[in-house]
Design a protein around this ligand. Sequence first.
Ligand SMILES: C[S@@+](CC[C@H](N)C(=O)[O-])C[C@H]1O[C@@H](n2cnc3c(N)ncnc32)[C@H](O)[C@@H]1O
Length: 127
Amino acid sequence: MNKTVAAGQLETNLPSLVAKANGTVLEVGPGNGYQLPHYDKSKITRIYGVEPNVDLHDALRKTVKERGLSNIYTILPCEAEDFQTLAKYGIEKGSMDTALSVQVIYGMPSPQETTKGMYELLKPRGR
Ligand SMILES: C[S@@+](CC[C@H](N)C(=O)[O-])C[C@H]1O[C@@H](n2cnc3c(N)ncnc32)[C@H](O)[C@@H]1O
C-alpha cells in the first residue's frame, strides 16, 4: 500500500471501525498486518489472518509479535474462498464474532459471493 492511502485511512473512520472487532476475528487479507495497531486487544480472544501471499507472512508475523498478539494470532495460508481449509481451523458457518477485510474485496474475482461467504461465517450477532 502506498503512503498516501495509508495516511488517508487514518483520516477516515476505519481505525475506529477496526477497534470494534471483538471475540473471534477473521481478517481476510491482512497483508503485512497494517490494521493490527487499530485492534483493541482487550476485546479480542483470537484472530485468524487469511493471507494467501506467503511472501508477506514474515512481515505479518513480525507485526503480530510487535503488537503482542503472537499467542492469539494464527496465519492461514489460503484464500478467503477456500472454505475447506478454513473449516480445518474451525472456521465454519456461524463461528466468528467479527469478519474484517480492508482493501481486499475490490480485487477479488467474485466479490459479492466472497462477501456472502464471509457473512455466513459469522455468528448470528456477529459483525
Ligand atoms: C491491498 S492489500 C491490503 C492489506 C491490508 N488489509 C491493509 O489494510 O493494508 C490486499 C491483501 O489481500 C490479500 N488477498 C488477495 N486476494 C485474497 C483472497 N482471495 N483471500 C484472502 N486474501 C486475499 C493479498 O494477498 C493482500 O495481502
